[in-house]
Design a protein around this ligand. Sequence first.
Ligand SMILES: [Zn+2]
Length: 80
Amino acid sequence: MDYGMIGKIEKAKRYAEDRKRFRFNKFEVTFRGDNNDHLVSFADGKFGCDCEFFITHQRCGHTMALEILFKEMIPTPEQV
Ligand SMILES: [Zn+2]
């Protein structure tokens, strides 16, 4: 491995520990729920989920789990 690549790997490790460097713009995730899989999406600062609870509450256990998982990496409503 060349010296340049070794430096990049070191830098990548540091980057990966600094969550604030990352901001998701959009994504889709298959969420393995206890009973069914759910499709959770995120775009333009808003979550979507195909579960029933989300339809009535615009938030659900699935989207909230991703909020926790991607803490600091998804924009808060003020940042959109
Ligand atoms: Zn859901």
